[in-house]
Design a protein around this ligand. Structure first.
Ligand code: FEO
Length: 384
């Protein structure tokens, strides 16, 4: 596939995968993108997952039209992009390997060889001319591993962005809503590293970018302000939309009834509301919603002197990704010694700028007049 006259897509679609990185369900598959720039010299940008090496090498050969690649540029060493390096280096022994200093020990770790005689170490701002195409390498540590760099092609004004601006889903899927699966990908995989994403956005902010070529998802070539704007919001941990996520666990339905009643009250007051059962949802869809909306209500039972396991895991997912800048309301249930609200609050102790509502709803086994009145207060407080 042609991106420009000289820049070609040689990536692959993975339709066999069920869990990306061992934990993210990908019902629409996954794309491992790879690109080749055909110029006086030829550069290949990244390889693909081990299950697709043969298909990728065929794609590459088709674009090479009998020529040989001069460089393999390795932007990221996670195996979804790096696993085919050894097959490439065996097949093209004259090609130089361009990567950051942090990448070469990883190459040795994965393949037992760091190709010392073929290394070109890309330091910050390092430039490589292929002829017309002058490439500049920009380090992007922790977006999403420490060795990551992105590549700017001045000639075609393309930013090869590594994992940044990636999304779940194969390129031949029907999904044309970029933000939904890009947001789930971002918060699931890169969400902890907002500071580093902000640093990268600042570094590339002065570049004239016409096209973004990520290692996952579609090539982005119009309305780039939309995608960059979302990345800026996400990485600064600010809400994307006003709205309330009500996330609950329920053992016998009493906590569910409270959560549902609150959701109904919030909707009646004009709020956008998402109601989620943490035992039955795709947890990273709910993590995505927590970061998407401005307010969060957590409803759970006291369990083993702590909180119900699905809720504990959910809050861990949020706090380890630096969840901050949000309003949080709590609903607890307990038949003899309810302490769920206290335990949930403690879990956010290290989180920044969490504003707990004045109202905390306490349910003793089942809703009664008092707890229903508290739900009213909470709904009103979350609406103001
Ligand atoms: Fe697509 Fe961090 O690998």
């Amino acid at each position: 596939m042609r991106i420009t006259d000289d820049v070609r897509y040689i990536g692959v679609n993975d339709r066999q995968i069920d869990l990306f990185e061992g934990q993210y369900p990908v019902p629409d598959g996954m794309a491992y993108n790879s690109y080749v720039i055909i110029d006086e010299q030829i550069a290949v940008l990244d390889t693909v997952d081990i299950g697709f090496t043969d298909e990728w090498l065929v794609n590459l050969e088709r674009e090479l039209e009998g020529r040989l690649p001069d460089y393999l540029i390795i932007q990221h060493m996670e195996p979804d992009h790096s696993a085919s390096i050894a097959r490439f280096t065996d097949k093209y022994p004259l090609a130089k390997i361009v990567a950051t200093a942090k990448a070469f020990p990883m190459i040795k770790g994965f393949f037992g060889n760091d190709y010392a005689d073929r290394q070109i170490v890309a330091v910050e701002g390092f430039k490589l001319s292929l002829g017309k195409h002058n490439l500049t390498f920009i380090t992007a540590p922790m977006v999403h591993w420490p060795e990551v760099m992105v590549t700017y092609d001045e000639y075609d004004k393309i930013l090869f962005s590594a994992d940044a601006f990636g999304k779940f889903g194969a390129l031949d899927s029907e999904d044309d809503d970029w933000a939904c699966e890009a947001r789930r990908y971002y918060f699931g995989i890169v969400g902890k590293y907002g500071v580093q994403v902000q640093a990268l956005l600042k570094k590339v902010g002065g570049l004239d970018i016409k096209t973004i070529c990520s290692l996952h998802g579609p090539v982005l070539d119009d309305n780039l302000g939309y995608y960059i704007g979302l990345y800026n919001t996400w990485s600064s941990y600010m809400p994307e939309e006003d709205g309330v996520l009500v996330a609950y666990t329920s053992v016998y339905g009493n906590t569910r009834r409270a959560a549902k009643l609150l959701a109904d009250k919030l909707e009646a007051l004009g709020n956008k509301v998402v109601l989620t059962d943490l035992a039955r949802c795709e947890i990273f869809e709910t993590v995505e919603d927590a970061f998407r909306y401005s307010k969060l209500v957590l409803a759970t039972t006291t369990y083993n002197g702590d909180i119900f396991p699905f809720m504990k895991q959910f809050i861990d997912h949020l706090t380890e990704r630096n969840y901050s800048n949000r309003t949080v309301g709590l609903i607890e249930n307990g038949s003899w010694a309810p302490i769920a609200a206290k335990k949930m609050r403690e879990m956010f102790e290290k989180s920044k700028n969490i504003n707990f509502t004045d109202t905390t709803v306490k349910i003793t086994s089942a809703l009664n007049d008092e707890s229903m009145a508290a739900l009213d207060f909470l709904a009103k407080e979350l609406t103001n």
